[in-house]
Design a binder for this molecule. Structure first.
Ligand SMILES: Nc1nc2c([nH]c(=O)n2[C@@H]2O[C@H](COP(=O)(O)OP(=O)(O)OP(=O)(O)O)[C@@H](O)[C@H]2O)c(=O)[nH]1
Length: 136
């Protein structure tokens, strides 16, 4: 079918701190959508469940540990980019061990839900903001 795009599943996390702030991670220079602020996460490796992939990505990107029981599904993004269609489940995580640090050199920011709109995000993420405002 013409215009058909591959479906890409990316799993993402709204990590919440004790002050109900959400962690955003800046996409590094050189990557697609560089400079935009996104939720930590990434693509699934072969054979991974979304939860296993997200736990791995949080460890690799932020140096924190969590468990599937601490990942609560909140909503999802469904957005067509050039070349692929993104399907991105968004989990909320309030329980984790360690202090998040930008293990891949990326800048991190703790942001209140009401201030998420001050941070430029990928277009797929924009509809997610209202869900976080409602939640928090
Ligand atoms: N992690 C994450 N990815 C997002 C978000 N919003 C969004 O559109 N994406 C898109 O999801 C796709 C996959 O992200 P990724 O982090 O696994 O991959 P990447 O582009 O950094 O490339 P690479 O990991 O293959 O080097 C990217 O096109 C990215 O722009 C988000 O909030 N978090």
């Amino acid at each position: 079918m013409s215009g058909e795009r591959a479906l890409l599943v990316v799993v993402a996390c709204a990590l919440i701190d004790a002050d109900s702030r959400i962690l955003l991670s800046e996409r590094p220079t050189g990557k697609a959508l560089a400079g935009l602020w996104e939720f930590p996460g990434g693509k699934l490796d072969q054979g991974e469940t979304p939860e296993v992939a997200l736990i791995r990505e949080l460890r690799e990107e932020l140096g924190i540990e969590t468990q599937a029981a601490c990942l609560a599904p909140l909503t999802f993004a469904s957005h067509s980019y050039d070349g692929f269609h993104l399907l991105m489940p968004l989990y909320v995580c309030r329980r984790y061990q360690g202090i998040p640090t930008g293990r891949e050199g990326q800048r991190l920011k703790w942001v209140r839900a009401s201030q998420l709109r001050d941070y430029p995000m990928p277009p797929a993420d924009e509809p997610l903001i209202a869900h976080l405002v409602d939640l928090l």
